[in-house]
Design a protein around this ligand. Sequence first.
Ligand code: NAD
Length: 336
Amino acid sequence: MLKTIFIAGGAGYVGSKLVELALKKKYKVICYDNLVYGKSSIKKFIKNKNFFFIKGDVRDKNNLKISFSKHKIDYVVNLASIVGDKQCQTIPKIAYDINYYGNKNLTEISKINKIKKFVFASTCSNYGIVNPNEFANENSKLFPVSLYAESKVDAENYLLDQKIKSLEIIILRFATAYGVSNRTRFDLTINSFTYEAIKYKKLHIFAKETWRPFIHVDDMCLMILKTLKIKNKNKVVLNAGFTKNNFSKQTIVEKIKKNIKNCKIEYVDAIVDRRDYRVNCDKISKYLRVKQSKTIEYGIKEILHKIKKKIIKENEIKKNLLNQNCKRLQLFYSKK
Ligand SMILES: NC(=O)c1ccc[n+]([C@@H]2O[C@H](COP(=O)([O-])OP(=O)(O)OC[C@H]3O[C@@H](n4cnc5c(N)ncnc54)[C@H](O)[C@@H]3O)[C@@H](O)[C@H]2O)c1
């Protein structure tokens, strides 16, 4: 019998790619999502007999209860979230409710239904600001500098406080993603810089010396699927990225410039985002035996190709830029 994964937030940037890969690997997939950004990202799965979609909100305990009663679920992956600092600031209370209480609801329902594994998508943003000569590891002090990171740290602590032995809890602190998915986000550093470089031949870069770890969206999904395959400890926290994939903004821009000629760069001396961190991800490489499959250069070329060939269309990109994403969030949740 096929193993079943319940993916909350399965219509999102990471989720819609995870659904695709999980179906390819012959899992049965329950995608639970309230479709903040619409359903086009999951349209192509609708005819797959192993794909089931449930429209629902992770804050809705009753709907979760009904959904879990309809399927025999083995694994739960929680990707449902308001993602990003500005996005959370747009609807602060709702964002906290979703990121913290939504995760709590999913954990409780997983315990009741004797789920084997619970994977929580956390973030390296939890490290906030790290001494420039150091790399944060899983034991480093967390220093959230945004509501987004605060909600994720609180959700992590809630999970780490759970006493239940039968449920394996895996917390993946993901690096910042790049690359194409079925809902490609253009509010992420590498994707948005690449788009702006193509479109305007100009980039305004703030705080060029700030560092981040990066990961291709496909590698995020491969890591999630790998955690389902191996026997985990009762609770495990892993930085989910690759140590060699930490870069400053300036280095990212140089990589983009190599692929997009005649792009002017203007560096601006202002701090709009306080985060600055490098992250050591050696633990996950050993733990899951994963290697990076797609570099940043690959991600840049992939975005470039899809935009040039109009496989990703301008209107699709515009909808997924930072300001537009925030407007969509505001509109969506004001109707509720
Ligand atoms: N993309 C990144 O760079 C990145 C980095 C670190 C961690 N993460 C984490 O990975 C997860 C997925 O991120 P993403 O980039 O795919 O974001 P996304 O915004 O594309 O996806 C989130 C999905 O959750 C759904 N959702 C939002 N509120 C919901 C609710 N109340 N009930 C049910 N569904 C709801 C949305 O409709 C969307 O489909 C998040 O938990 C995020 O914090 C992402």
